[in-house]
Design a protein around this ligand. Structure first.
Ligand code: ADP
Ligand code: ZN
Length: 221
């Protein structure tokens, strides 16, 4: 099974991907997490990616494609995978199509999370993440705070705010999203695999409700 997550920053891609990963026993692969891992290792690749990420810009396609290609060669994706954060440009979507053809895989669903713009900025700036790289649980200081302030419920590690989740950088990322990533939704429109769905606090439809609908849809497909 191949699942692609699309949606604005902090629209809930990672949270929905986590639920689907548990349900279907396939890994959720976050391009942002891959970059952050290279950054924390202090590698040259990480340094290059970080120059763009700290400015809220996209990492260039050549580097992004290189890292994703090598990740998709690992053993754990044989039975399927969930991509969260890739593709983020139409060019990346085309590259992914070629990669999947080579691997004899097909996209089962492209989940496009639609969240009202005003909710997005609020959600980015209130997002917090567990600092334990094996946990990475996502919190929100308003909607889903940890039981003890600053501490992960699951593993007890400190939680933190990503630098690019701060207001000015968040605004820039949103701008980039509308310009570069929104066209990817159109790219998938004629493929028959696009599943657009609202994830919004305003109608009380959050990650659990969305994931439940997706699971039912995939099981009946
Ligand atoms: P979010 O989904 O909240 O935007 P991510 O962790 O997916 O956060 O991405 C963080 C940053 O990593 C992006 O702002 C961008 O700089 C970089 N990035 C992640 N995925 C890609 C990609 N597919 N192409 C280019 N840059 C990417
Ligand atoms: Zn944790």
């Amino acid at each position: 099974m191949v699942i692609i997550m699309l949606g604005a920053p902090a629209s809930g891609k990672g949270s929905v991907a986590e639920i689907l990963s548990r349900e279907f026993h396939i890994p959720a692969i976050s391009s942002g997490d891959i970059f952050r891992k290279y950054i924390s290792n202090g590698s040259e690749i990480g340094k290059r990616a970080n120059e763009y990420m700290t400015q809220g810009m996209l990492v260039p396609d050549d580097l992004t494609v290189q890292l994703i290609t090598s990740r998709l060669k690992e053993d754990d994706v044989k039975e399927g995978l969930i991509l969260d954060g890739f593709p983020r440009t139409v060019n990346q979507a085309k590259v992914l199509d070629d990669m999947l053809v080579k691997e004899k895989k097909k996209i089962d669903i492209v989940i496009n999370l639609e969240t009202p713009e005003e909710e997005i900025l609020e959600r980015i700036t209130t997002r917090r993440i567990c600092s334990n790289s094996d946990c990475k649980t996502i919190y929100n200081t308003v909607l889903h705070p940890p039981k003890v302030e600053g501490i992960c419920d699951k593993c007890g590690s400190p939680i933190y705010q990503r630098d690019d989740d701060k207001l000015e950088k968040a605004k820039k990322r949103l701008e980039v999203y509308y310009k570069e990533t929104a066209p990817v939704v159109d790219y998938y429109k004629n493929t028959g695999v696009l599943y657009s769905t609202v994830l919004s606090q305003s109608i009380n439809r959050m990650k659990d409700e969305v994931a439940k609908d997706v699971i039912e849809y995939l099981k009946n497909k």
